[in-house]
Ligand binder design. Structure first.
Ligand SMILES: [Mg+2]
Length: 375
């Protein structure tokens, strides 16, 4: 059956609430659970496509919350999907023309469209974005227990298990000198075995960043993610000229290729953290990557701490790209106490191994919906 004869019959979405394995401390929030929006599209033959929209800390990270994403999908995006021919580019063009913003919700839709199309045509999702260059993506882990000794023990356990050897530390909540001592102790403990990066989640002003970044670089930090508020491009440019750790843009990329171009024009980043949700979908994220590559920026595969569906969607796209010099951080499912996939994603030898199979190559365990769905 060709895709052109397939019609989307039904859209359903659930909001799942799943506890995390430990408290996850960021400058903007401390997470003890993750709330995950799952979207399912069903075609006239009963085949299904899955998508996910997940954010961090309610409204602390972005202006879409899990609850608003579900409502947006249910009320405003449903008419673009139900009863409509399965044609992902046409549907996304209509969505982008008719609905401003709502990048996370749009990402869930585009993921589900391509998952369904892949199942109809028996093709991997990666095939629609140029095909896979690899089946294995290096995967970092975030140390964010808030406790130095706890983080060192966690890092050592990850190294012993050969699961992760790039560590990101969430800082910015405490005075920078305290953060720097915390980071230096961890960097010392893993020196020679692992890389250490930090994510400030916009918590610093320029004066703080100007002092903290050279000190962190001296301690062994190779990259600093989103040190300043997203609008301070002049500050970020000055930090890029410090000649220390690489400066990575993350939250500043919300909205896809247009903010990406502004950051590049300002010379305000050495690298981009690519996130399919923040870009507004897979196609928009691929555009950000292409734009970055033309300017020689480094690429990193970022996460919104999605569960298995959003994580594998990002992996399917990132596996098609070249020049991933910073690797990825697609560890979201590992932070949750329960894996919603029938067959959990495989993490081994410091990497995420992509599944085979059409579309996303995964299925959701119906028990997960029954157990964790909010009403
Ligand atoms: Mg970040």
């Amino acid at each position: 059956m060709s895709a052109s004869s397939v019609t989307i019959e039904r859209m359903q979405c659930w909001l799942l609430r799943i506890p995390t394995i430990r408290a996850h401390q960021l400058a903007v929030a401390t997470m003890r659970e993750q709330r995950i929006v799952i979207l399912e599209l069903t075609d006239s033959e009963g085949r299904t496509g899955l998508g996910e929209a997940t954010t961090i800390g309610g409204l602390a990270y972005a202006d879409e919350s899990p609850d608003s994403i579900r409502l947006t999908l249910d009320i405003y995006l449903r008419p673009y999907l139900e009863g409509v021919q399965l044609d992902p580019p046409a549907i996304m063009a209509a969505l982008n023309a008719g609905i401003v913003g709502n990048y996370f919700a749009k990402c869930a839709v585009e993921t589900a469209l391509y998952d369904l199309l892949g199942k109809v045509e028996n093709r991997q999702l990666s095939d629609y974005f140029g095909g896979r260059r690899t089946n294995v993506l290096p995967c970092a882990w975030t140390l964010a227990s808030g406790d130095t000794d706890g983080d060192i023990a966690e890092a050592q356990a990850m190294l012993d298990a050969r699961r992760h050897r790039d560590f990101k530390l969430k800082i910015g909540k405490r005075p920078w000198q305290q953060d720097c001592a915390h980071v230096a102790a961890i960097a010392d403990a893993v020196r020679g075995e692992a890389s250490v990066r930090v994510d400030v989640n916009q918590a610093w002003d320029f004066e703080t960043a100007r002092h903290a970044i050279p000190a962190l670089h001296e301690a062994g930090v190779v990259m600093v993610e989103q040190p300043l508020p997203v609008h301070d491009l002049a500050g970020a440019r000055a930090l890029c000229e410090l000649n220390g750790a690489a400066i990575m843009a993350d939250e500043a990329l919300r909205g896809g290729v247009y903010p990406a171009r502004r950051i590049m024009a300002a010379g305000a980043a050495h690298a981009f953290s690519l996130k399919i949700a923040q870009a507004g979908g897979l196609t928009a994220c691929a555009e950000v990557a292409d734009t970055a590559r033309t300017a020689g920026l480094g690429l990193y595969g970022g996460t919104m701490l999605e569960g298995g569906v959003g994580t594998v969607a990002a992996a399917q796209l990132f596996a098609t790209m070249e020049a991933f010099i910073w690797g990825t951080e697609l560890f979201g499912p590992l932070l949750l106490t329960y894996d919603i996939l029938v067959e959990p994603l495989r993490y081994a030898e410091f990497a995420l191994h992509l599944p085979d199979g059409p579309g996303l190559g995964i299925a959701i365990n119906p028990d997960a919906i029954a157990e964790f769905a909010e009403q």
